[in-house]
Design a protein around this ligand. Structure first.
Ligand SMILES: NC(=O)N[C@@H](CC(=O)O)C(=O)O
Ligand SMILES: [Zn+2]
Ligand SMILES: [Zn+2]
Length: 428
């Protein structure tokens, strides 16, 4: 049955404004977009009334943790994809730091088949660069690609050995695959939970220095230049990393990068106390770093926004700032946070934010989705831009509630999410 999404507002990039449009969906694809003045024949069609709501290509999140297999007490493919859908995401790419680590074709196949049968959004799995993410031995890239891996990463840890990373890049390049890097030099981090900055000083904590991230970015852009691989930098958080990526792009290195909402809206100075909901990797940096990553995103040095959705259980997070695991959940607050803090304040156009969450990641990773146009997959998000709501972690569809944004009043919550023409989530 065809579906009409009626009277929605669609971002018009040329004119820089929202236009009223009806969107028709058939056989999983967008079939037609017509002017809001027209009265389309909707006989026999399913209808979604999107009057006054934004209708966008579904959001794409190229960095998430679904915890399945192995850590299903934190999240699984069912709850993770539901949480993504509630956040307006229609395609997500999941990290391999599962148990077992996603380092064999069997685990890639497990994720793909469970996502296809029980997940509600598109799930693209990454495979590990090294076996068990231990940094000692490369995985079987060709077999993992064959099984459906979309890239290689040891996210959760940095690849410490430069020769190992160079070999990984050369091999990935020969297969036409990207390397996605969690940039962190262990020798500079050793036991620290928060960044080197005023919060660490105030509480007498050991700090994580900015160089721990940037040193890998610098090393890796040189290795990417030498090998020719598409090199993608995870969760950029420092001024120094932005500077290195900008320079690398200027000289033609094939480098792309991502940034998380929390690194755009929070600095270490916002951490209210020893609360592990504010602990993530990379850590919240200084206001100067926040300004630099915002600028990097604005000038195209950083290509896309990702959540790094990193669920952990309440018990694990209760261990305190020093011992709790790094990570915060992200799906259900990402768009409202950025819409409220950057678009409603007038700093960004709505189109800019949408691009960085839809068409830009699609372009970088060669996805068919990410655009609202006839012929494209009917992966669509409908968003209420006008109602202010309070973030209540207890209402999250994620199994985990570890967020620093509880109680924040935000605009821009999704109200319906459509994947391949099927409504997979709608606000009750
Ligand atoms: N970002 C985090 O703080 N944690 C991630 C790991 C990672 O993304 O590096 C996790 O798996 O929990
Ligand atoms: Zn990481
Ligand atoms: Zn991650």
């Amino acid at each position: 049955m065809a579906l009409w999404i009626l009277n929605g507002l669609i971002w018009n990039e040329e004119a820089g404004r929202l236009d009223s449009r009806h969107v028709r969906v058939e056989d999983g694809l967008i079939s037609e977009i017509v002017d809001g003045q027209e009265q389309p024949d909707t006989a026999g069609c399913e209808i979604i009334d999107a009057a006054g709501k934004l209708v966008s290509a579904g959001f794409i999140d190229m960095h998430v943790h679904l915890r399945d297999p192995g850590f299903e007490h934190k999240e699984d493919i069912i709850t993770g994809t539901k949480s993504a859908a509630k956040g307006g995401f229609t395609t997500i790419a999941c990290m391999p730091n599962t148990r077992p680590v996603t380092d064999t074709p069997e685990t890639i196949e497990y994720i793909r088949s469970k996502a296809a049968s029980e997940g509600v959004v598109n799930v693209l799995p990454y495979a590990a660069i090294t076996k068990n993410e231990l940094g000692r031995e490369l995985t079987d890239f060709a077999a993992l690609k064959e099984a459906g891996a979309i890239g290689f990463t040891d996210d959760g840890v940095g690849v410490q050995n430069a020769q190992m990373m160079k070999d990984a890049m050369a091999l990935a390049h020969s297969l036409g695959m990207p390397i996605i890097a969690h940039c962190e030099d262990d020798s500079l981090v050793e036991g620290a939970a928060v960044s080197e900055g005023s919060f660490a000083k105030k509480h007498g904590l050991k700090g994580i220095p900015n160089e721990s991230e940037a040193i890998h970015v610098g090393r890796d852009v040189l290795l990417a230049e030498a090998t020719g691989v598409h090199y993608h930098v995870c969760h950029v958080s420092t001024e120094q990393s932005v500077r290195l990526i900008r320079l690398a792009k200027q000289i033609g290195v094939k480098v792309t990068a991502e940034v998380c909402p929390h690194h755009l809206v929070l600095s270490d100075e916002d951490i209210p106390g020893l609360d592990s909901n504010w602990k993530m990797n990379p850590p919240l940096r200084t206001p100067r770093d926040v300004a630099a990553v915002i600028e990097g995103l604005e000038d195209g040095t950083i290509d896309m926004i990702v959540t790094d959705h990193a669920p952990h259980s309440a018990e694990e997070k209760a261990k305190g700032m020093q011992l709790a695991p790094f990570g915060i959940v992200g799906f259900e607050t990402a768009f409202p946070l950025l819409y409220t803090k950057f678009v409603r304040t007038g700093r960004w156009s709505l189109g800019f934010l949408l691009q960085r969450m839809t068409s830009d990641p699609a372009k970088v990773f060669g996805l068919a989705s990410g655009r609202l146009k006839p012929g494209a997959p009917a992966d669509i998000t409908v968003v209420d831009l006008e109602t202010e709501r309070k973030v209540d972690p207890e209402t999250f569809l994620s199994k985990s509630k570890n967020t620093p944004f509880g109680g924040w009043e935000l605009y821009g919550f999704p109200v319906a999410t459509i994947v391949a023409g099927r409504t997979v989530w709608a606000d009750a």
